[in-house]
Design a protein around this ligand. Structure first.
Ligand SMILES: Cc1ncc(COP(=O)(O)O)c(C=O)c1O
Length: 389
């Protein structure tokens, strides 16, 4: 969905950050500084692995989060989506297996399907990926990697406990399977900071860690990264080179300036306060309008509420009905590797201002009442061009 298409709709479907939270004045200032300091180099080619000073800054950022690594274990990518694409290109041949959570990031499913991989899903509970189910899956199949979102999962909002993280790593070591940790929401916590990343807990180099500035800073910058053990990283750099040579130079320089000063940290704190307000607005609106027909839990971070529709209407039908009433929600079935259930919607509280969220949930409640009056469960139109984020 383009920004221009969101005007007359209350958007609860997209994983976009808030447009008003993009710190454009701070960016303008940083761009001016970068151009003054670097001149034409700001617009020139950079190494495929990323600018060495920026990789240093990223290593520093990760060390503040408990993962001690050096610049040569980091590859700068054009967003974390490309990071995942590079991983898929390096690891997957048609027919290979990859283990994911159920539900999981829609864009990952699309990438793995494009690689013609077999996707095996493992259920989540309140503590994240069910490691007992993971163990059973690893016993049955030999995946090329496990793809997990332990911190404020997209779409289910779950936070994997420290114990689960340890258990997941133990299984990865025992079955000798790499773990791809998609960690792009970890700055967005609204109570306590999350437990250490899988990368920080992994002394053996099994974890490939994906990071991004898209949600916390600005998605159009297209600046993300992969942190991985050196032998894997070197191969990823080759894939990156073949794919698009390098991530944008100006974006790397701008983000480096913000990360090296207090500006990024201060911006992140302000962003957390705003998204916490929006999360609370959604939680209150759901309490007021959705109790009879929905079940959900309030996430401690990230952008999403995963909501089970306990009314006789499929999520896909509900989404279509809601769209007619001027509110967009994402039917959860698109986040499932096996399209077996159509009873969840993903509600995002990041893009719509807090004042619109209540109205959006009220409209959704009306849509439920109307759709439940006439639709049968499990039936509904399928739109093949749904957004990826
Ligand atoms: C879990 C997850 N991974 C990756 C991405 C891609 O983000 P980007 O490429 O902008 O860093 C998204 C976007 O919504 C996401 O939710």
């Amino acid at each position: 969905m383009a920004l221009s298409e969101t005007r007359d709709t209350i958007v609860l479907s997209l994983g976009f950050p808030a447009l008003e939270r993009v710190p454009h004045a701070m960016m303008r200032e940083a761009i001016t500084e970068v151009v003054a300091a670097s001149g034409p180099a700001a617009f020139f080619y950079a190494p495929s692995e990323g600018l060495s000073t920026f990789r240093d800054a990223l290593a520093g950022l990760m060390s503040t989060r408990g993962a001690s690594l050096s610049a040569d274990e980091i590859l700068v990518t054009s967003g974390s989506h490309q990071a995942l694409d590079l991983v898929a290109r390096l690891f997957l041949e048609p027919g290979d297996t990859v283990v994911v959570e159920s539900p999981t990031y829609l864009g990952a499913l699309q990438l793995f399907r494009a690689a013609r991989a077999r996707v095996v899903s493992v259920a989540l509970d309140e503590q994240g990926m069910r490691t007992d189910h993971l163990e059973a899956a690893l016993t049955r199949c030999s995946p090329k990697f496990i793809y997990t979102l332990p911190t404020f999962q997209n779409p289910a909002g779950r936070l994997m406990s420290l114990e689960r993280r340890q258990r997941l790593l133990d299984l990865a070591y025992r079955f000798r399977v790499p773990v791809v940790e998609d960690d792009i929401y970890s700055d967005l916590w609204y109570g306590q900071p999350p437990p250490p990343s899988l990368k920080a807990l992994d002394p053996h180099g099994y974890v490939l860690h994906l990071g991004s500035f898209s949600k916390i800073l600005a998605p159009g910058l297209r600046v993300g990264w992969i942190a991985a053990a050196r032998p894997i990283l070197r191969r990823l750099v080759q894939v990156k080179q073949i794919s698009d040579l390098q991530a944008p130079t100006l974006g790397q320089m701008v983000v480096e300036r913000l990360v090296r000063t207090r500006r990024f940290v201060e911006h992140a704190a302000a962003a957390r306060r705003e998204y916490a307000r929006r999360r609370d607005a959604m939680a209150q609106a759901l309490e007021r309008h959705a109790r009879p027909w929905a079940e959900w839990s309030v996430p401690e971070g990230g952008f999403y509420v995963w909501c089970r529709i306990a009314a006789p209407v499929s999520a896909t039908t509900l989404a279509a009905e809601a769209a007619e009433r001027g509110v967009s929600v994402l039917p959860g079935s698109v986040c499932l590797a096996q399209d077996v259930t159509d009873t969840y919607v993903r509600l995002s509280f990041s893009f719509a201002p807090a004042r619109d969220i209540e109205e959006g949930i009220e409209r959704l409640a009306k849509a439920v009442r109307r759709a439940a009056g006439r639709a049968r469960p499990g039936v509904g139109p399928v739109d093949s061009t749904r957004p990826m984020v």
